[in-house]
Design a protein around this ligand. Structure first.
Ligand code: URA
Length: 237
């Protein structure tokens, strides 16, 4: 890992200010002054000191939430060079990866970790972790369409399990309706395909909650580390 990244991810300072400090001579590696921010660090082997204090090695696992904007692919790398969610967490160790997936145009809560066990538990269908979405859909749904969504509809990958569907608001001109949708499956493009199946395509989709973890007021495009309490609550699902 590059020196400035190693120091920044231990939480001491931002990458930019670390770079400056390195150039100013505030950093030693194994006792030697290093003035090059990109100097390679072998984790667990090299001893790095910043302003005379030893930089603690990274915590073993990292857990964070991102408020994903539309237009970013949920993948670690795209062969066609399109923007990926990794660009929004580029300050963090590159061992982290997204837990599950939001499609290109979907916004909202996306978790990242480098803890494979944690990701496995959250994603495994047997754990039935609830995911909550806000969906803005075209037109005004009749009660029977809402009922069908609640019971399960047929989409190309199968029939969806019962879902919680709450109508929140209709646009004054009847062109769209906002819903809260809670599902515990993770079929590809599930929410979009559910509304499409009842003839009302989704215009905008945002995930607001995974299990008991809410997005809160995290600004679009920003991430934050999860608190130990949030991590342990998600672990018990
Ligand atoms: N359902 C969708 O249709 N898209 C998502 O990104 C997540 C759930």
């Amino acid at each position: 890992m590059r020196l400035e990244k190693y120091i920044a991810t231990s939480g001491i300072a931002s990458r930019r200010s670390v770079k400056k400090s390195v150039r100013d001579g505030a950093v030693t590696v194994n006792g030697e002054s290093i003035l090059v921010p990109g100097h390679p660090i072998e984790e667990g082997v090299d001893v790095v000191e910043f302003e005379g204090k030893q930089v603690e090695p990274l915590a073993e696992c990292t857990y964070l939430m991102l408020n994903k904007p539309a237009g970013y692919l949920t993948t670690r790398r795209d062969e066609r060079g399109r923007p990926t969610v990794m660009e929004l967490v580029a300050d963090l160790p590159d061992t982290i990866y997204p837990v599950g997936r939001l499609d290109l145009e979907t916004e909202g809560l996306l978790l990242f970790t480098n803890d494979g066990d944690f990701a496995y538990r959250l994603l495994h269908p047997s754990h039935e972790v609830e995911k909550t979405y806000l969906a803005w859909v075209k037109g005004v749904l009749r009660d029977d369409a809402i009922q069908r969504l609640r019971q399960g509809v047929t989409i190309p990958s199968g029939t969806t399990a019962p879902a919680k569907i709450k109508r929140l608001r209709e646009n004054k001109d009847d062109t769209s309706t906002k819903f809260e949708v809670v599902i515990h499956e993770g079929k590809k493009r599930q929410v979009r395909l559910m509304f499409k199946a009842v003839g009302h395509p989704v215009i905008r989709l945002k995930r607001t909650r995974i299990g008991n973890l809410g997005l809160g007021n995290l600004p679009l495009g920003q991430y934050r580390l999860l608190t130990p309490e949030e991590i342990s609550k998600l672990m018990v699902v």
